[in-house]
Design a protein around this ligand. Structure first.
Ligand code: AKG
Ligand code: FE2
Length: 185
């Protein structure tokens, strides 16, 4: 089950950042999921951009694609890197804006896009996780060297903000900073 994979990834993250593991159950209980199936078909003469560059507004997203590749990730220097699954049963785990805020910027959300090169139909399935409890950085991730960068917020309110300000800003990596970044205070 893909949700199990999501839970495992989150547990590993909490452990690797030295966050009290008793917080894990509360985190897990407040996680909800959205599953989306995407179909990309490129007609002759059309641009090969299947999904423009963006960060997900999720906590994390888990993606699986059919044999037709296309997912690309943008590195810090602006270079786009093609995602090449190691096997036909591979899943890609993508950090969303919510984990970026929750982790006080320790984990940066992943800017990605989909390019469709050939005429073959591409399918992708994504499991997007969201939090129902208030999103705030655990105390282990906030100290003098790492001051709090985001005010506590609700994931749903971030989504509403995103929808309202969508027209110009779609794909803006700093949507969550614009919504609840402490430097905006
Ligand atoms: O089609 C894909 O592999 C990725 C889709 C995606 O980025 C999204 O649904 O947010
Ligand atoms: Fe995405």
């Amino acid at each position: 089950m893909v949700a199990q994979l999501q839970k495992l990834v989150v547990r590993m993250l909490l452990e690797s950042y030295g966050i009290r593991t008793d917080k894990y159950d509360a985190h897990s209980d407040s996680t909800t999921y959205l599953m989306r199936l995407l179909k990309y078909r490129r007609s002759k003469g059309e641009t090969n951009l299947g999904f423009k560059g963006h960060t997900d507004k999720s906590f994390v997203s888990i993606l699986h694609q059919n044999q037709v590749n296309g997912l690309e990730v943008r590195l810090n220097d602006g270079e786009w890197v093609y995602y090449q699954p190691s096997s036909s049963s591979s899943f890609a785990v993508i950090a969303g804006d919510v984990i970026m805020a929750w982790s006080n910027d320790r984990i940066k959300s992943c800017y990605h896009r989909v390019m469709v090169e050939g005429e073959e139909v591409r399918y992708a399935v994504g499991l997007f996780s969201f939090l129902t409890a208030i999103v705030e950085a655990p105390e282990e991730l906030v100290d003098e060297d790492h001051p709090l960068l985001y005010k506590p917020f609700y994931n749903q309110d971030l989504l509403d903000f995103y929808v309202k300000n969508n027209s110009q800003n779609k794909g803006d990596t700093n949507m969550v900073k614009a919504y609840c970044g402490t430097s905006m205070l």
